[in-house]
Structure formats: C-alpha cells, structure tokens
Design a protein around this ligand. Sequence first.
Ligand SMILES: *Cc1c(COP(=O)(O)O)cnc(C)c1O
Length: 438
Amino acid sequence: MKTTAKKQTLAIAGGPKAMTKDDGDIFHWPIVTKADEKAVVDVLRRGAMSGSDITKRFEREFADWMGMKYGLAYNNGTESLRAAMWACGLGAGDELICPSMTYWASCTAALGLGAAVNFADVLPKTLCIDPKDIEHRIGPRTKAIVVVHYCGYPCDMGPIMKLARKHKIKVIEDVSHAHGALYKGKKVGTFGDISAMSMMAGKSFAIGEAGMMVTNNRDLYERCMAYGHYERTGLPTNFNPVERCIFNPELNKFAGLPLGGYKHRMNQTCSAMGRVQLKQYDRRIKEIQSAMNRFWDLLDGVPGLKAHRPPATSKSTMGGWYAARGLYRASELGGLSCAKFCEAVRAEGVPVCTPGANFPLHLHSVFHDADIFNMGKPTMISFGQRDVRQGPGTLPVSEAIHDISYGIPWFKRDRPAIIKSYAKAYRKVAEHADQLMD
Ligand SMILES: *Cc1c(COP(=O)(O)O)cnc(C)c1O
C-alpha cells in the first residue's frame, strides 16, 4: 500500500507547532566542570591572572594537539589575526586577499596596517573562499591570502596552497570557526604558513576572550612575539626558547618593547580553562558531529534544503560545527524566498532559523570610505595601492547569502528525540511550501 505524507497545516497558518520537545541542555556551551572551576579559581587565588606560566603550558599543549611546532596565545582572536598579518609582512600599500563572507576580524586589521583588502567570493556549497577567484586578484603588492573555514567547513586547501606557493605569497588560516575540523584527514590550521583563531565564549573551542596563533615557521613565530608580547621577546624559557631572533637579529635589539605597540597577552583564567577544555574537546566535538550529522541525515532528500557539510567519503569534517548553517535552493521550492521559509520555520518553534550568515564585507563602507589615518583619502587607497574596492554585483555568491543560507540548531549533545523534532520542523515547512506561496 502506498502511503502519502499526511497534509499538515503550517504553524504560521494557524496549525500546531512542529517543535514539541524541551531543549534541556542540548545547546548549553561551553561545558564547564569542577575541573574548569578549580583551574580558574586557582589562578585567581594566586593572583596569577597576568602571568604567562600557565599560558605557556597551554600554548605547548594546544600546538601539540594541532600537530604544530609553535603556539602563541592572544587576548582575543582579532589580535592573533592582526599579528599574523604583520608577521607575514603586510604593511602600508600592500594587499591582502580575503573572502567577503566572513566575520570582520578576518581582515579588518589590514587597514590598520595601511594595507588594502581585495575581497574574493565564496563557493555556494561550502561558503568558503572560491580557489578560482584568487589568482586574478594577486598583484605585485599582494602579501597574503586569508582563508576562513567558514562555519566549520574546511576550505579547499590543496589548490589554495599551490597558488600561494606559485606566487610566493603567504597563507593565513583563520580557524575561528573550525577548531578540530579535518581537511582530507588532517586538521585545518596546519596547511597554511600561519594560523590564527578566536577562542571567545561563543566559539566551539570556548574559553573566554582569547585567541591563538600556531605555525611551524620559526620566523613568523618570533615576529608575532616581537609584535605584541613585549615581556617574552628575547627571553629564554623552557616552553618557548626564544633566546634570540635567529631569523631576524634586527628584532632582538628591540627586546622588551612590542613593535606594534600592542599588548597581546592572554588572561591566565582563560589559559587555565583552555588546558582543561582541551582534554575534553575531541570527545565533545565527536558528540556534536554525531548530533549534527543525525540532523542532516533526517533531512536527506528534502526539497530545497541541503546540508552544509563535506561529503561523508571525503575524510573532511566540520569540527565543532560553529554557527551551523543550512543551504537553501529556492528553485526546488517553487521560488519560495529564503526569508519566508525561515519565518515559517521560526513559527514552528525554531528561533535560530534566520536567513543569511555574515554581512558581505566588500560592501561595507569601512572598505570604501573610511580614512583611518586622517590622510584625506580612504585608507583602502591612501598608501598608493591599486583601487581594489568593489561595489554591489561584484561578488554574487556572498551578496546572495540571505537567499542561499539559514541558521540551523547547533546541537552540543546528541539527543535523538529532540534532534528529530527540530528536523521535523524544517521538513514540515519544506514539504508544505505551497501553503506559503500566494
Ligand atoms: C570570532 C571571529 C574572529 C575574532 O575573534 P575574537 O576572539 O572575537 O576577537 C575572527 N575571525 C572569525 C572568522 C571569527 O568568527
């Protein structure tokens, strides 16, 4: 006997909500145990918030976990990215290539260095930088490419590294969305010349206001140290034996003062918590992966909705699935707008279902008009750069982000009944999209 799906009335049209389950702790994050509390309180009782002893241990452990030689801790991810840019030689009149679809901190510090940002588009399936939209942007002043493993999706590092090597420019990986994600079986953040990332409270590796830089390149490591870690420049320690700047003896005579005038040290309540969190992190993101894959498997084949995750056969993973998104194909739902779809899913009891992701940065006025050096000219062109500013219509995928993506629940625990209920809400709206057309 052929069974046909029972017709239901969407909640937005007065029907009952699909979401009937209580969330419980399924979204609660980070998971804080007695061990975290003890580590943090110990720092407070010792008055050791501003030291570096615990932080250096955390750096070593984090770099080991990544499989990298050097780790350097930051007061936030934004500053780790600024230091990485400077370490790669980005300076006044230079250019940085960065995807338009990312959080502003991936590239905005470039302006503060007097450099311009040449924005590239992203791929509609991955929301990561399109490797084919990079090479034609490389000019004589291009120093580095920032790649962002967007919402956990690993960038296609193979072709990107090939291009960068060919043109002798550096690759900075922004790992803020993707701690622990794998690209073809290997951790993201280990492919480029240098990686920087946020560890702020909302990220999947969440320890407060914090960031981390990792690299295998001693020169880049020492430049980062010299830029904003004043008390560690030129000082030997067991953990970071920077007894001298071997690649750049010039920097050594500046020991004791930060070349950037920045102070980048991590608060040790964060590094103490980081050491505890790191021990549990692999296990915890395994549960996230199981939960998120369960959600998408339940929606497999539903018209209009596509998972934002690498193919199961690819040996690539989404890490902790930070800020999880879904992909939308209006053409499969009779042209129903993503905004309207989301509104109906929210009415079913899913508040996180909002259209879009980040604001496409290439359209923001800061990258067109802001004159941050008071030079009477926008900073994007004030140091003699080519004018690489781009207006509406230039990066079509990034500009369509509100039509092609939407929020999905970011489950931290694998609780099948609750996950099923959320999946039902998305499925219900997609399968009854005709009720939303007028
Ligand atoms: C969060 C984030 C940052 C900035 O990190 P903070 O710790 O908030 O300074 C940088 N890049 C991306 C992609 C981010 O999402």
